[in-house]
Design a protein around this ligand. Structure first.
Ligand code: 6PG
Length: 277
């Protein structure tokens, strides 16, 4: 181990630290439907307490099929009518580098499923400009985040009003989360809050929050559904700490709460299922 690697291993929130929170916070719901309702309740409760503390609710939305179901549910009664949408600031955890009307756009998905159906002000919807050059889009998005959190430079702060109240995350079958993919440099980003990433030859570039800003969140919640995720979920939660191979393992809020909301199919391979609730 080099001196540099040794220093990284000692950093409490560094990428080489085995973040024990990955083994906690498990909530297994019997069906995908129950999972969506649990996530919607978490959203509404977190929003109410954030609005009480700082006058607004700042959330990072994820892409993918699982959150799409949540967003559709949040647009319906009683969830939509129980929210003060004028105080919601919507950001995204990641975006594909496509225009906002592209079917692959995470912004488009969230807009169609939720944001266009509730009275959220246009000026509190902070999308990632997927149509721009990826590094420029990442830098502009980071500037907007720093302005919202009144943190012009340096690492994210942990006080109410200067961090995400809720970060929603998914987990891919390869262990990625947001657009933090196995073996990519963005996993070890020490300073930037947002990075452009190039996941694989031939696939679109993306822009993603880094673990520095995700791990400053007050509530960080993975939503995981389906049997296809079961083996990976077991490796992420119960296997050896290999964050380069399993990026979801680097998610460990520094002064916040991590939750794994998973359905019974996704939990099927977990040894701790039934013991950690
Ligand atoms: C995206 C993501 C990504 C996603 C996972 C899980 O833009 O695709 O933000 O990280 O959350 O791939 O997606 P599913 O829930 O659809 O399986």
């Amino acid at each position: 181990m080099t001196a540099h690697e040794g220093a990284a291993a000692r950093r409490p929130d560094g990428p080489d630290h085995d973040a024990e929170p990955r083994r906690t916070g498990l909530e297994v719901l019997p069906t995908p439907d129950a999972l969506m309702h649990a996530a919607a309740e978490l959203w509404v409760e977190t929003a109410a307490s954030a609005i009480g503390a700082s006058g607004r609710f700042v959330v990072a939305l994820s892409g993918g099929a699982t959150p799409q179901r949540l967003y559709r549910l949040l647009a319906t009664h009683p969830y939509a009518s129980g929210m003060d949408w004028s105080r919601v600031h919507a950001f995204w955890g990641d975006e594909r580098c496509v225009p906002p009307d592209d079917p692959a756009s995470n912004y488009r998905m969230a807009r169609e499923a939720l944001l266009a159906r509730v009275p959220i002000p246009a000026e509190t919807v902070h999308r990632i400009r997927g149509e721009d050059e990826p590094d420029a889009a990442a830098a502009a998005y980071e500037r907007g985040l720093r302005e919202t959190f009144a943190t012009p430079d340096g690492p994210p702060r942990l006080s109410p009003g200067s961090r995400f109240d809720l970060v929603l995350l998914g987990m891919g079958e390869d262990g990625h989360t947001a657009s933090l993919f196995p073996g990519t440099a963005a996993l070890r980003e020490p300073a930037r809050w947002v990075r452009a990433v190039h996941p694989a030859e031939g696939s679109k570039a993306r822009v993603t929050l880094t673990s520095a800003v995700i791990n400053a969140g007050a509530e960080v919640a993975f939503l995981v559904s389906g049997r296809a995720k079961a083996a990976t979920l077991r490796r992420v939660r119960e296997g050896p700490f290999q964050p380069d191979a399993l990026p979801a393992q680097i998610i460990a809020p520094r002064a916040g709460r991590l939750r794994w909301l998973v359905d019974a199919d996704a939990a099927a391979d977990l040894e701790s299922h039934g013991k950690d609730r």
